[in-house]
Design a protein around this ligand. Structure first.
Ligand SMILES: Cc1cc2nc3c(=O)[nH]c(=O)nc-3n(C[C@H](O)[C@H](O)[C@H](O)COP(=O)(O)OP(=O)(O)OC[C@H]3O[C@@H](n4cnc5c(N)ncnc54)[C@H](O)[C@@H]3O)c2cc1C
Length: 426
């Protein structure tokens, strides 16, 4: 029986492990922290005794690998699936504008959705449709050095159109501003979301916190199928012998009882244990932050599940019933702000957008994730390492590997699936 070590218990490592145990491969997952889930985890907030996420995670219908993984571990029922794309956007004064696809055939339903999106003028609607229809035919060569802003401006997208539509999509999906994000990557996600069938553009949300939604199912699936999960187990060294991994060190102790290794840790973590010179190119990732603020109000003013905010520093509000989860992507500029400054900013925006009274606010929990995602700039997207390496029994997984996707759960699950297939087929 093949034996495989999976380093990292984030979603990439859990995906790889789940596919491997399904094939009867003996696996051990080594996770350095005392919990599974990596960057997609939940914990108990001491003050409210409520399990909350480190950050709201949104999936989409186009997350095909993620949906396959959720089905594999029996977690598909823990998510709410939209039938058609429907996003409510808030404008100041509690005014709602809806971006909603219609029950007519694809892609006409999405075109009607854009035509009805009343944040845009008629001219802007036509201009956005023109851009959208042109994007599948825009060559790789034309976009290779461009950022999203340059591409949008070249296509005469107005300032309002950029801030009210394209920026919402780009910042939401790429977690960086349109000057840093690669136009090529933006084109890829537009294709995935809007040109891959009706279901692709829909939003999928966990019914409960991330642990209950997928982490527990993945853990149970792996263990039930004979896999072992070791928490608080840090890999500190990998030693090669020619083109094979000879041994690894776990919490300082040497270990060599394996046939294959899958590393499913972030890029900056693998650099700590991989021999120097392993990556032939001089690769360097830059990162972008996400800020989540959980706010408890005396009375919940919202009915819907989630809202986008137009022209606000707060990008999304998720309605958790007993509280609201405010999300700010591309949040580097807020990382050094104090809790008072951040809560003041949230208060101002809630008063402006939801017309609540300041006295309604009872409690804040602020969560800063400084290295939430890598920036998909032109500097990195063409040099992301592949899963297969020059070392015959070592494969790479993780959202940063060359999946073609930005730093997302879909990239992580795709990378885990690819790495597992390489082990299965070796
Ligand atoms: C706040 C926030 C919000 C986000 N929102 C979304 C969203 O809405 N939609 C979306 O698709 N994506 C979102 N993302 C991105 C998504 O969370 C990540 O892309 C995904 O979780 C990455 O998974 P991974 O397994 O590749 O890496 P990680 O989750 O980073 O997992 C790597 C694991 O390896 C472990 N590890 C590291 N070094 C070692 C070592 N030496 N030995 C053993 N273990 C080690 C780490 O502890 C960690 O558990 C968000 C991220 C954050 C932070």
């Amino acid at each position: 029986m093949k034996k495989c070590i999976v380093i990292g218990g984030g979603i990439a490592g859990l995906t790889a492990a789940a596919y491997l145990v399904k094939e009867g491969i003996q696996i051990t997952v080594l996770e350095s922290s005392p919990k599974l889930g990596g960057r997609a985890y939940s914990f108990i907030d001491q003050k409210t005794n409520r399990q909350i996420d480190n950050g709201q995670h949104i999936l989409m219908g186009c997350y095909t690998d993620t949906i396959k993984f959720l089905n594999l571990v029996g977690a598909q029922g823990n998510f709410i699936y939209q039938k058609r794309l429907e996003v409510n956007f808030l404008k100041p004064g509690n005014k709602i504008v809806c971006l909603k696809s219609f029950p007519v055939f694809y892609p006409l339903n999405l075109l009607i959705a854009l035509l009805n999106f009343n944040v845009l003028s008629i001219k802007e609607k036509i201009s956005s449709l023109g851009f959208m229809m042109k994007s599948p035919f825009t060559s790789h060569q034309k976009l290779i050095d461009k950022n999203v802003k340059e591409w949008l401006e070249e296509n005469k997208q107005s300032e309002n159109l950029i801030s009210s539509l394209w920026e919402m999509i780009a910042v939401g999906a790429l977690n960086t501003n349109i000057e840093k994000a690669s136009a090529m990557m933006f084109r890829e996600i537009l294709m995935k979301i809007f040109f891959s069938g009706n279901f692709s553009s829909t939003i999928i949300l966990p019914k409960e916190d991330l642990s209950k939604s997928y982490v527990n199912n993945a853990k149970n699936f792996i263990e039930k199928n004979g896999g072992e999960i070791r928490l608080s187990s840090t890999v500190d060294e990998i030693v090669f012998d020619g083109d094979k991994v000879k041994r690894i060190k776990i919490n300082g102790e040497a270990f060599n009882d394996f046939d294959f290794i899958i590393s499913a840790v972030p890029f900056n973590s693998i650099l700590k244990f991989i021999p120097e010179g392993f990556f032939e190119k001089n690769i360097s990732f830059d990162y972008s932050s996400i800020l989540n603020i959980h706010i408890w109000l005396k009375k919940n003013p919202l009915e819907g599940t989630f809202y986008g905010l137009i022209n606000s520093p707060i990008h999304w509000i998720f309605n958790k019933q007993d509280h609201l989860n405010l999300v700010i992507s591309d949040a580097d500029y807020l990382m050094n702000k104090s809790a008072e400054e951040l809560s003041e900013m949230c208060k101002t925006e809630l008063i402006k957008y939801l017309e609540i009274d300041a006295s309604e606010i009872q409690y804040y929990k602020i969560l800063k994730e400084k290295r939430a995602t890598f920036i998909p700039s032109n500097n990195i997207i063409y040099s992301r390492p592949k899963s297969k390496t020059k070392i015959k029994n070592l494969f790479l997984a993780g959202d940063w590997t060359d999946t073609g996707y930005p730093s997302t759960i879909e990239s992580a699950t795709k990378s885990g699936r690819i790495a597992s297939e390489l082990v299965i087929n070796s």
